[in-house]
Design a protein around this ligand. Structure first.
Ligand SMILES: [Zn+2]
Length: 289
């Protein structure tokens, strides 16, 4: 009986949160479309804020980015914006007209897209899994059905995908420029790498660690992402990304578009497109023969 009471209590609390959020109102969630004020709980811990040297405004913005969640589906603001960017990119690539990720793959043209989800994009994975052309991998996976991909050396052939998705992953890769060149390589011309990465825009990228001939070298004290309260601090930060990052994406071969939030500068999603000029050039050369 106590289990039943606990379940009823949780259900009642969730219903009150959803109704309260809906009454206060807000922008539509990119994942599920729910329009409500996000629920917030602080997620950054003092040690990380100190290592990252976040000023009070950047602490608040980064905390909202990760800690504010859709009352209906639970997407963080970051994941909701990533979902909106995926939908925007897919609509452009295949002609679909979805307004939220939860509805995107009802369209057979979207289901036919070739998508690489390099690491699980949080609660977006359950929707991405509806795409017949999804190739899913997970960081450090040991499950035979779910391979692990090294972003610096992807196992995929050139020009394999319409979309590549990474979700707060690039900061954990030893050579971030090589990783960007790799995602560009596996994209078809015109394909897009849609990703989130935490960026502090008013300072340059700072490298905290590197690999020298396969040996880990710390340039600054080790800093990890994860959830220390759950004992998960296994994601070493190699780079704290800064305002030079768009130029680094361009140097890797991408044309970059940013999806920004009107209020929070930490809430940004990258839509990095592999130029399609190669297609136009080849068509032109065929036509001129
Ligand atoms: Zn939602």
């Amino acid at each position: 009986m106590s289990q039943l009471l606990k379940r009823l209590h949780r259900t009642g609390r969730r219903a009150r949160e959803i109704i309260g959020s809906r009454i206060e109102g807000g922008a539509p969630c990119g994942t599920c479309g729910f329009e409500g004020k996000p629920l917030h709980r602080g997620v950054l811990w003092p040690g990380l804020v100190a290592e990252w040297e976040l000023t009070p405004p950047w602490h608040r913005w980064m905390d909202e980015r990760e800690g504010s969640r859709c009352a209906w589906c639970g997407s963080s603001l970051r994941s909701g914006q990533l979902a909106a960017a995926i939908v925007s990119a897919a609509n452009r690539l295949c002609g679909s007209s979805a307004t939220r990720l939860a509805a995107l793959f009802r369209d057979p043209r979207a289901r036919a897209l070739a998508i690489a989800e390099i690491n699980s994009a949080g609660n977006l994975h359950r929707y991405l899994a509806r795409c017949a052309g999804l190739r899913f991998s997970e960081f450090g996976s040991t499950a035979p059905a779910v391979p692990s991909q090294d972003l610096m050396q992807l196992s995929y052939a050139d020009a394999s995908f319409d979309l590549v998705i990474t979700s707060d992953t690039l900061e954990h890769v030893p050579d971030i420029d090589r990783a960007l060149r790799e995602t560009c390589r596996v994209l078809k011309p015109g394909g897009m790498h849609v990703f989130s990465v935490p960026v502090v825009w008013d300072r340059p990228t700072r490298q905290r660690a590197t690999l020298n001939d396969g040996v880990l070298v710390h340039l600054l004290p080790p800093s990890h992402h994860g959830a220390p309260q759950e004992g998960k601090t296994d994601f070493l930060v190699f780079n704290e990304v800064g305002g030079d990052f768009v130029a680094r994406c361009s140097a890797a071969g991408f044309e970059v578009e940013l999806l920004r939030d009107a209020v929070n500068p930490a809430l940004v999603t990258f839509i990095a497109q592999r130029p399609s000029s190669a297609i136009r050039d080849s068509v032109g050369s065929v036509g001129s023969v």
